[in-house]
Structure formats: C-alpha cells, structure tokens
Design a protein. Sequence first.
Length: 535
Amino acid sequence: MKHISKFASIAALLSLLISGFGQTVAPPFPVKRSETADTWRRDGWSAIDKAKLEKIRKGPAENVILFIGDGMGVSTLTAARIFEGQQRGESGEENRLSFEEFPYSALSKTYSANQQTSDSAPTMSAIITGVKTDEGVLSVNQNVVHGDYRTVKGNETKSLLEMAEEAGKSTGVVSTARVTHATPGACYAHTADRDWESDADILRKAKDAYDAKFPDIAKQLMAFPYGDGLEVVLGGGRQKFLPKTTKDPEYNNLTGERLDGRDMTKEWTTKYKNSAYVWNEQQFKSIDPKKTRHLLGLFEPSHMQFEYDRPTDKGGEPSLEEMTTKAIDILSQNKKGYFLMVEGGRIDQAHHLGNAYRALEDTVELSNAVRAAAKKVNLDDTLIIVTADHSHTLTIMGYPARGNNILGLVRQIGEDGQIEPDYSRDRLGRPFTTLNYTAGPGYTGAAPDQPEGPKKYPAKAPNKGITNGRPDLSKVDTTDPNYLQEATIPLPNETHGGEDVAIFATGVNAYLIRGSMEENWIFYVMADALKLGRK
Ligand SMILES: [Zn+2]
C-alpha cells in the first residue's frame, strides 16, 4: 500500500523539522532466514504436501481437551505470534503459535441469544452446553432472566463436563482466572448471574437469591452431582472457598469471603479419598499425580498473576503449562478417558486494562500449554480444540515494515523500498503505535477542534487543521510492559469485540471444525467425539 506515502513523507519531513534531527528510531528485528522467491515456493508446496498427508481421524475419542483463550481474537493471535518471534530476536511475522500448526480451523460466530457482542458467560455456555443463551448467565437457556434465581430451575443446560462425569470419565478445569469465573464456572454451575461466585457475592447483588439460599458457584462446584466429581480444579479464587473469618495463607491482610463459615478447601480433602488441596507452587510441584485422584489448587485470593508478573508472586504460582500437564497426568489415569478445559483467562483482562503486553504474553503462555498437551496425548484417541469465547478491540494499524517492533512506533517502507529513517507521522506530526484499542483506559484526551467530518466522501483532506488530541509518543517507550495502548473512546474498561474468532483443532473429529461455525457447534464436535449428548 503506497497511496499514503506522499502525505507521509511530507509529514515525516515536517516532523523532523519539528522534533529536531538526530532523534533515535528503533531498528526493526532482522529476518533471520534467507528469503528468496524459492523460499516462498518451497514453503507453499510443502504446506500442500503436508495437508494432503493429513489423516482424517473419525470418532470415537477417549479424551477431549478444550483450550479457551479468553478474549483471544484474531488480531491478538497475529500480534502474539509476532511478539513471540521478536522475543527470540527474529522479525516475528513468520512465527507460528503452537496451535497455528493444527490441521483444521474455522471461524466462530460469537453473538449470544441477546447480544451482538458477547461476554464470557453466554459464549462459554454455548461452547460447553451446545445452547446459546443470554448475557450474564451460566449454562442455562434463554428463558432464564438475568439476576432472577427463580427462573433457573428447569432451564439448566447440561455441560459436556457433566456428561463426561456421568459417563465415568475424569474431568478437570484449569484457569488463570478464578475457578468460579464465567469460563470455568459454565463447565459445572448453572446460575442466573455469573457474578454469584460466593454467597457474599449473592448477598451483595441479589438479596432475594441470598435469602432463598440459591447456591453460589463455589458451592455448586462442591456439590457437583454427577459421577465422582471433578478430579482437577486449578486456578485462582481462594477467597470464594474460605470463610470471612479465615486469614488468607499468602496475604496477611486478606481473609476469605464466605458468609456461611464453610472452609471448602478442607471439605475438598475430607470429601474425596486420595485428594489434595494446594495453594502455592512448591506444594503444587510436590503433588504426585499417580497418588492423587482429586486435586484442588487455588493459587491466589482472586485471579492468578499475569504470566509477566508471575515470577514476582509472593507464594509462587505454577504456569498455565505446568497446570495443564499436571492435570493431564492425573486425568489420564482413568481408563474411560477424560474431559479437560484449560483457560488462558487473563488475556481478556489485560485487554480490558488496555495493556497489550500482558495480553500477548498470556497468549504465548496459552500456546505453550497447548504445545505441551499436544505432545503428551495420543491424537488417535484425543481431540484438542483451541478457540476464544469472544474478541477484543485490539487493532493492528499503519504500514509497519517487516520486523518492526509489534509494540513499537510505526516505521514504514518508503518509495525507494527502504525503511524510512523516521517514524510514520499523523496529521499532528506525531508518531503512532501499530497496536491500539478502539476503546479503553488508553484514551488521552479530546481534540477540541476535531472537525465534524467532510460534506462529501471520500474526503479530500480528512481531519485537516487539527492541532492536538494525541500524546507525543516520540518521547515514550511504548514497548514498556506497563504501557497502555492509545484508545479512541474513553472507557474505564476496554471492551470485547464482536467479530468472529478462530477455532483450531487436531486429533479425533478435528476435521469437523471447518468453514464458518456458530460458536455452540463446537459442543457438538466434542460431544460427537465422546459419543455423548445425542438423544
Ligand atoms: Zn472480558
């Protein structure tokens, strides 16, 4: 795309005059392999040959592993793969996340029964029960009124995890978010409000439901009625399982939050034989999967740390990859097979905070977990699916040159085919980053002279004459892990995106992940593999 370069080079020249010569601009990461026309041809033919050799594995499957990158939209995947490659000092674009090597993929339509752009509650409900539903509710159908506990009974939709337990399989949920949060919660709980994670939450949000003793999500996990209960529950959310009167083991100034006085971490080990409860990395590492049938691990009072912050955690936390492999080691001892859901739960939360760095690092960690899982299982008896519940408003913009730092300011290729000496400049003469959000905390202020817009489209000179409205990023390190990407609309929380997300699959039934799919169809691919749920 060269059509903007005349403007751009005038702007660049102006900005050099404005900002002064001699300002250092970051060089791109080098393309480390030698690339010629033959490289692209050889890669293309070998991809075709590999695709032709791909064996179609038809059901039944013993095991299903479902990975959810919460909020892991397509722009997040692209940015994360470049980010990972650049951390190795490479240009990054040619890198592939582990699951981008899977043979089958599709697009997933993430609208819910009453939302164009969804939250995690109806989307995970759709994936795990096969039934789309309304905003804010977990694994119930759309007859349920959000926040009205009286409408739940009779409208529950059974989850694949529940069906797997009924069939005598082992089951597990692993998440870096609270294990009572929407995505893991939808696997085992049925509720009119995703926020009813503890009884204290219910009292705060719906006194009528509290007075009627409607069970909170943690309580539903403990009272799980199918099979012999979940074998593996790993993640954050300790406060939801400890009484208000009990001090948190990791943080002196915190306590549990339960009002009913129940210590569910103790109940877990009395309820199940050969069971264990752990809350830090060392205890987690000492767990022998051969001797442990039921493992509960709650590593933070609330969500676990972002992968970037994990090394500084007080009590120590396992990584998503370590939790995933331990879960498989425990679950795979069941001859009848297993169902495991693994969530990279904080990709979404970093995006909400307007911080691309942490979202990308958590996406790379999800990729690590998927790689480790795929290495451990036999794809002739296992289906692995990787998808997102919904997208986010992260955008990849400008015309950055190959290898330009994905977190950096845009430098583009000039008409002479060389990377331009200066950053690309906007109408104010200011540089901009490749990654931005449409909304969120990264908004920096209004331009008072923003024009109303041209009378005729396309405009000859859109937003000509504006004099402020953007920060001068030439003095900012936008690659800093704490940098908040700019946002167009000032919102305290960046929002979800409504466009389709990707699904990747390998193993038994993976070939059924194809084309454009409704998000809830993922359930039927998994259920068909396990021969469950069809009446
Ligand atoms: Zn979210």
